[in-house]
Design a protein around this ligand. Structure first.
Ligand code: ADP
Length: 397
């Protein structure tokens, strides 16, 4: 039996995305999502050979139960023996991890320690790693960090204007996230515009539920919009992005919110959802805005305005821009948001190609600007493939 598959796990606090990637063909053999874990509606949905199916879970099921069910599914589909390694998406690698690593007890303990920098994310990643270790004790496991790609940022981009000792003693600095996606986009863009990665200057806009922009110079990340945590920067589905840091103090001291409430509001009740008072789903926001919903229209305006401001500012570290790239669920599919953002950037000479913008959706890549000005491209991201290839490379070393 050839061991040609990598099992990729991306564990969130109440969900678990999984896929099996064939490393020789880059094909996604199986993909799925265990959703609403810990709640009464916990269940697994997956896609295999073009068919979508569901597996029900006992209400309240947690990650371990979901992993066990997924392992059973792999056995039933006769795929288990083909799995050679497991790759985990880990959100925060701090300054400890500048590249992917094989997980041993020491690495696992370090990832656990980094939970203090990412309390909403790393604990779930640790649960996923432990569950997978228990289910596949004989297989090697690899951690691929969202922060690693940004470890090339210079100090002027990652140091906050706070007392320097807060960085030195407590690691308070910009780390940046979505690194696997920005890395993948850099490599794909290099192929698309036929320019070597180490000569490539791009701005990569990953716009999903979470959203971030990265400035990439000569193939390396030199600045990014997310910070110590994934809360900073752009307007996101439910996260506020940039705020006056005094707002939290004001809410706590003057308006009697608790620390926890403020944190919950900034992370889960803000962004597109908070402004529109409707939804965090960009499709719904666009539809309602088109029907005259004032809040939805405002949410779109603020989203695009903030994004365009970031893109404009990221020309500063680059000097020369080879391409602006849109990716993530919104970047890959929303021709409206791309059109609005390009319109805000006309000062740089971007000229939208309307037909190309409409064509580059639903998995289609393409250039969406006229050749007269700078290029804007749409490139579908594939974080799972990066995780799989990194994992494979580590076992082959
Ligand atoms: P995640 O960050 O959870 O991986 P995705 O990258 O899948 O998220 O992006 C989810 C976002 O993409 C949602 O806001 C969704 O509404 C948006 N999206 C998906 N398809 C479209 C579309 N056709 N038009 C506009 N937005 C879309």
């Amino acid at each position: 039996m050839t061991k040609d598959l990598v099992f990729v796990l991306n564990c969130g606090s109440s969900s678990l995305k999984f896929s099996l990637i064939n490393c020789h063909t880059d094909e996604e053999v199986l993909s799925g999502l265990a959703d609403s874990l810990g709640s009464s509606t916990a269940m697994i949905s997956y896609k295999y050979q073009g068919e979508k199916k569901h597996i029900s879970l006992v209400p309240g099921s947690q990650h371990q139960v979901a992993v066990d069910k997924i392992v059973l599914l792999l056995t039933q589909l006769k795929l288990t023996d083909r799995v050679s390694i497991i790759g985990h998406r880990v959100v925060h690698g701090g300054e400890l991890f500048t590249e992917s690593v094989l997980i041993d007890d020491k690495v696992l303990a370090q990832i656990e320690q980094l939970s203090k920098l990412a309390p909403l994310h790393n604990p779930a990643n640790v649960i996923g790693i432990k569950a997978a270790r228990q289910a596949f004790p004989e297989l090697s496991q690899v951690a691929v960090f969202d922060t690693a790609f940004h470890q090339t940022m210079p100090e002027k981009a990652f140091i906050y204007a706070l007392p320097y000792s807060l960085y030195k003693k407590h690691g308070i600095r910009r780390y940046g996230f979505h690194g696997t996606s920005h890395y993948f986009i850099t490599n794909q863009c290099s192929k698309m515009i036929n320019k070597p990665v180490n000569e490539l200057n791009i701005i990569s806009a990953h716009l999903g539920n979470g959203a971030s922009v990265a400035a990439i110079k000569n193939g390396n990340s030199v600045d990014t919009s997310m910070g110590l945590t994934p809360l900073e920067g752009l307007v996101m589905g439910t996260r506020s992005g940039d705020l006056d840091p005094a707002i939290s103090q004001y809410m706590i001291e003057q308006l009697d919110y608790s620390n926890k409430q403020v944190n919950t509001i900034f992370n889960t009740q803000s962004g597109l959802l908070g402004i529109s008072e409707l939804s965090n789903d960009c499709r719904i926001i666009e539809e309602k805005a088109a029907n005259g919903h004032v809040g939805a229209a405002l949410a779109l305006d603020i989203f695009c305005y903030r994004l365009a401001k970031y893109i404009a500012s990221f020309t500063v570290p680059l000097g020369r821009l080879d391409a602006l790239v849109f990716t993530g669920g919104i970047g890959e599919n929303s021709s409206l948001i791309r059109e609005k953002v390009i319109a805000l950037l006309t000062i740089f000479g971007f000229q939208l190609d309307q037909d190309a913008n409409i064509a580059a959706r639903f998995g289609q890549h393409g250039q969406i600007t006229e050749n007269t000005g700078p290029k804007a491209l749409v490139i579908p991201t594939n974080e799972e493939l990066v995780i799989a290839l990194d994992a494979m490379a580590l076992v082959e070393e």
